[in-house]
Ligand binder design. Structure first.
Ligand code: GLU
Length: 275
């Protein structure tokens, strides 16, 4: 059996809250009990939510907990770089592979066109329509435009994103270490953006590519990611085959009295705020 490798993958968008610390503990204790490696990967692909000082704060918190990563942007390792913004060039080739294999497509819709789509399709039952299998053929993308026009738009560097083409009426299932058998109806999941207009991957593409390249065997993360799991399972299937997919464990969340525990509320719950 291959060596256990787990990762804690925070986004530097604020301080580390109790839920994050709990996720670290599960990762760390699971790996250490089995002689495995604990990796810290900084998921900083959302430049609009980047908070200066947050990464240092996360490492300070880990040190305070007495947790020393085996690999990280600070500790080094043979699977780096461990900051996703420094891995930007890696992701595009996987996005293009998905397009070439028919599992994803280029979308050229402008923000105004997306807003119009939402307005046109809004109903009382569906107040926020998604870009999905029901809508994609009415939009401006490489599935609806002639091939020569798509080539021209790409050659001219027209702003575009890459979206996953969610299949219709498929049941996507996997076995979670905590929730056991979990199933999703693919028709209810939207065509999530994989590569953004700024060339950065979204979390969905980056998490799958990096878990593969960093040979992650078990992925513990908060339950808020369970609804994204069908997208990740499909990406694993399309890119790398399901046999190598890490075992997922979606941990229940720690909530504040209001039902939400925000990184920004850290001080309220006894955590020091960002420097
Ligand atoms: N960057 C994600 C977060 O901050 C990580 C989720 C994961 O571990 O896959 O929640």
């Amino acid at each position: 059996m291959s060596k256990i490798r787990v990762r804690f993958a925070p986004s530097p968008t604020g301080g580390l809250h109790l839920g994050g610390v709990r996720t670290v503990l599960f990762n760390y204790l699971f790996a250490k009990k089995r002689g495995g490696d604990f990796i810290v990967r900084i998921e900083d692909t959302d430049q609009t939510r980047f908070v200066p000082g947050a990464e240092q704060y996360i490492f300070d918190c880990l040190a305070w907990c007495g947790i020393e990563p085996d690999e990280s942007p600070v500790h080094g390792g043979s699977y780096g770089p461990y900051r996703q913004s420094e891995r930007k060039a890696i992701y595009r080739q996987y996005a293009e592979q998905l397009v070439n294999d028919g599992f994803a497509y280029y979308a050229f819709d402008t923000p105004a066109e997306l807003e119009k789509m939402r307005d046109d399709h809004k109903t009382a039952e569906n107040p926020s329509p998604q870009y999905d299998g029901k809508i994609r053929m009415q939009m401006k993308n490489s599935l609806t435009l002639p091939a020569d026009e798509v080539k021209k738009l790409l050659d001219e560097n027209t702003r575009h994103v890459v979206r996953i083409k969610m299949p219709a009426n498929e049941t996507i299932s996997f076995t979670d270490m905590i929730h056991h058998e979990v199933s999703f109806d693919s028709s209810l999941v939207d065509d999530k953006v994989l590569l953004k207009a700024d060339g950065m991957p979204t979390y969905h593409l980056a998490v799958v590519v990096d878990d593969h390249l960093m040979k992650i065997t078990h992925a513990f993360r908060g339950e808020e990611w369970l609804s994204s799991a069908p997208v990740h399972v499909l990406l694993w299937k399309y890119l790398f085959g399901l046999d190598n997919m890490p075992q997922w464990a979606h941990l229940p969340l720690i909530l504040g009295p209001s039902g939400k525990l925000s990184k920004r509320d850290g001080a309220k719950y006894g955590f020091r705020s960002l420097p």
